[in-house]
Structure formats: C-alpha cells, structure tokens
Design a protein around this ligand. Structure first.
Ligand code: GRF
Length: 202
C-alpha cells in the first residue's frame, strides 16, 4: 500500500524538494506526495511540486472569514486525496485544533533549532544571539502548540565564531535535508511508536 502524503508550504520549498528527491530515488519507499498546498500564491515550493507532476494548490487565507473556515478548506483538499501523512515544510502558520485532531500523530514538522530551545520564527538568529556553541534541527510530530510535539530526530551542527544568521542557517539546512527524509522513511516503514512525548524507533 502506498502512503499518501500531503505537504503544506509557504516558501522556497527546499525541504519539500528533499522529500520529493528521496521518494524518486527510492530511499523512501511505498509513498507518494499527492498534493502540495500553499498559503502563499508565489511560493516557489508550488513550482517545485508542479515540476515533478505533483498537484499544487494555493489556498488564500484572506478569502475565508476565519481560520476555521480556511482550515476546513485545506482538510477538504487533503481528504480528497485520501491523505494519511501531513508534512509541514516551511509552512508559516500555526495549525488549528481541527486539523491537528483529525491527523492525530500523523503530522510532522521540521524546525531549524534543537527543540525545545528557540521555538518560533528566526530560530537560527535566536541561537546566535543566545551564544550557543551547538545548534541544529529537529523533526517532530505536531500538536496544538508551536514547535512542541514529540521529537522524532535531531541533528547538531557547530556554531562558529564568525557565523552569520545566513551561514548558520545554511549549515543547519544541509542537515534538515537529511533528517526530514529519514523521519518520513521511518514513518512510512511503520517504525515510529509514540508514547506520551517519547518517540521510539524500532
Ligand atoms: C526551514 O528552515 C525549516 O526548518 C523551517 O522553515 C524553513 C523552510 O525552508 N520550518 P524550505 O521552504 O524548506 O526551503
């Protein structure tokens, strides 16, 4: 059985690309991205999806009277593709309870920091300003709070004395492109078990 995946995006989509590539090269097996949905019309991620023959839809949040209505439309799209696993890849909105409950333990996100440190926006800048000596990225299941669900994989990178926000973000991004596909592969193979906050990998 093929695992039906949907990806929510808002921007450039390099993490989306890493998942597409790792499905195409056979690292992630028995899985297909059925649809990519963006809240931004000009997200380059939509173009990346279309370049690979993947359905890509823009859903304009401002066309709905509130967040519930907007997310109901997204749910309708996802259900139309019989989606089992929902990936967030640079999606810049906090998901509402409706979607999180509907896809309980079936939504995964990537964050460019070693959670629970530096949640939210500009995580790499927060890390630099805090003076940490290691930074990194985290793949985690999504719950109703921001960047807070059970952790699947993390990877560290050093912070160098002359790092800028951009140089650190680039070093972290290279690891994001490794651990996100790895986490999706583990999910697709049924190897992730969640008890409370703890994810065990078999
Ligand atoms: C990544 O750094 C990801 O960790 C964060 O948003 C950024 C998205 O980049 N959630 P991209 O759109 O995948 O290139």
């Amino acid at each position: 059985m093929t695992l039906n995946i949907a990806v929510l995006v808002s921007g450039r989509g390099s993490n989306l690309q890493s998942i597409i590539d790792n499905i195409e090269n056979g690292y992630i097996k028995d899985a297909a991205i059925r649809v990519v949905v963006s809240d931004k019309e000009d997200a380059y991620a939509l173009e990346r999806a279309r370049n690979h023959g993947i359905n890509a839809e823009f859903v304009d949040p401002s066309a709905f009277s509130d967040k519930d209505q907007y997310e109901s439309r997204i749910l309708e799209i996802l259900d139309g593709y019989d989606v089992e696993l929902l990936l967030l890849a640079g999606y810049m909105r906090l998901l509402g309870g409706g979607i999180v409950r509907h896809f309980k333990n079936r939504i995964i996100n990537i964050h460019p920091a070693l959670l629970p440190s530096f949640k939210g926006l500009h995580a790499q800048k927060q890390a630099l300003e805090h003076g940490v000596k290691v930074a990194g990225c985290t793949v985690h299941f999504v719950d109703e709070d921001m960047d807070s669900g059970p952790i699947i994989l993390q990877k560290c990178v050093p912070v160098l004395d002359d790092d800028t926000e951009d140089s650190l973000a680039e070093r972290i991004l290279r690891e994001e492109h490794r651990i996100y596909p790895e986490a999706v592969k583990l999910y697709a193979e049924g190897r992730l078990d969640i008890k409370g906050r703890i994810v065990s990998i078999s």
